[in-house]
Design a protein around this ligand. Sequence first.
Ligand SMILES: *[C@@H]1O[C@H](CO)[C@@H](O)[C@H](O)[C@H]1NC(C)=O
Ligand SMILES: *[C@@H]1O[C@H](CO)[C@@H](O)[C@H](O)[C@H]1NC(C)=O
Ligand SMILES: *[C@@H]1O[C@H](CO)[C@@H](O)[C@H](O)[C@H]1NC(C)=O
Ligand SMILES: *[C@@H]1O[C@H](CO)[C@@H](O)[C@H](O)[C@H]1NC(C)=O
Length: 378
Amino acid sequence: MAIASVRLLAVVLLKENTLRSRCVFCCREDGEVVTVAAKFTNHPSNFQFQYGTGDFLCQIPVGCEPRYAGLLSGDGLDLTNFTFLPVLNQDAPERSRLPLNFTLCMSIMFGDYNNVLQFVQAMELYRLLGIQRAIIYKTSCSAAMETVLQYYTSKVGFLQVLPWPIDSHLKPSSNWLPSLSPGDIHYYGQIPAINDCVYRNMHRSRYVLLHDPDEVIMPTGNITFKTLMSDLEKAHGEKVNFYFSNNVFPYEEKEENSRYDLPEWEHLPGHSFLLHVLREEDKSGYKSGKMVVDPRSVLQMSVHKVKHFAKGRTETIGPELGRLYHVRRRKNSNLKREDLVRDEGLLKVAQALVERVNHALSHMGLLLNATTRPNDPH
Ligand SMILES: *[C@@H]1O[C@H](CO)[C@@H](O)[C@H](O)[C@H]1NC(C)=O
Ligand SMILES: *[C@@H]1O[C@H](CO)[C@@H](O)[C@H](O)[C@H]1NC(C)=O
Ligand SMILES: *[C@@H]1O[C@H](CO)[C@@H](O)[C@H](O)[C@H]1NC(C)=O
Ligand SMILES: *[C@@H]1O[C@H](CO)[C@@H](O)[C@H](O)[C@H]1NC(C)=O
């Protein structure tokens, strides 16, 4: 069946008049273009910033089969330097024929990101769990991180890095409100990136996980992530999204004398998932957990929840089934060490993870132990 309309995701100046916005369709190979009035819908999660995420919806004219589309904001039809985007999602395979089951969308890598050890551990954790593909939107990172990204994109083929040069266009905020960090747009433009990723994977992946590389969803007990997801699907049906509550394990509380404090990782910048096992109990009720979504059920996505469904609903998953482990700086500074709860859930996979991380690091030339380097000439 031919598609009936095209949705253009955009970063918009919210006070701008969008009434005269039009889509430009490239209808045929000969370059004929047609313009159509666009219907604008704001995203609800723009957090008082001047710029935010918006959708422009355009009906496709009869007889037009556009492969490319773009957006005009005024009355003119000057197509010099005009950006045409490929129209994605024209083929919608049946659910059972989707090429992937689990894709992870991580949002923005920014500020010369250099958390090398935790990122490599994250990639290996995700692969260990059965996630088949990861995507990250990159604004900037360190030279060492560049080596890591190269390895996972070119050598392993697990990661896709999408350039996200938002700072060449806007002044992005580093927080979620303008009062906390002034800027043009919420947190490095995370909301448009998340929505972009959901739409890109709509007809590629059965599920899309939406969290950052300092987070991982771990099933409780001795089951795999795949088994957990298939149990959840059996219990709740298709077109259901799953919310996993956030559990912060502060960097500030580091294990002493841990068997996972490895000498061969000492020189690497960044934190270790395996050295932080004290959990903040979040009693605030604030919902900062992350989602696993069926992308076909989503119209508009925010960081922690689906804002607008195409069709479907969200189920909250409790700690008896699984948790989001979020190893980061302390979130609740009122809590003292004795208020934290010991939780070694991540250590279940520690042995396998250490082996995989060392294997990856040795291939990247980032492991110092000469004895563990298979390609070492000596
Ligand atoms: C098109 O882009 C070129 C190169 O960036 C620039 O020099 C030129 O002024 C642009 N033309 C228009 C009409 O914007
Ligand atoms: C996705 O999961 C289904 C059911 O668990 C399985 O039959 C199928 O082979 C999986 N597809 C991929 C690409 O992993
Ligand atoms: C976990 O499950 C696997 C496979 O189902 C089994 O081989 C293993 O012994 C189990 N481990 C524990 C600690 O129960
Ligand atoms: C790395 O070297 C240290 C010190 O020589 C050693 O204790 C450790 O077991 C080595 N690690 C591996 C993975 O071989």
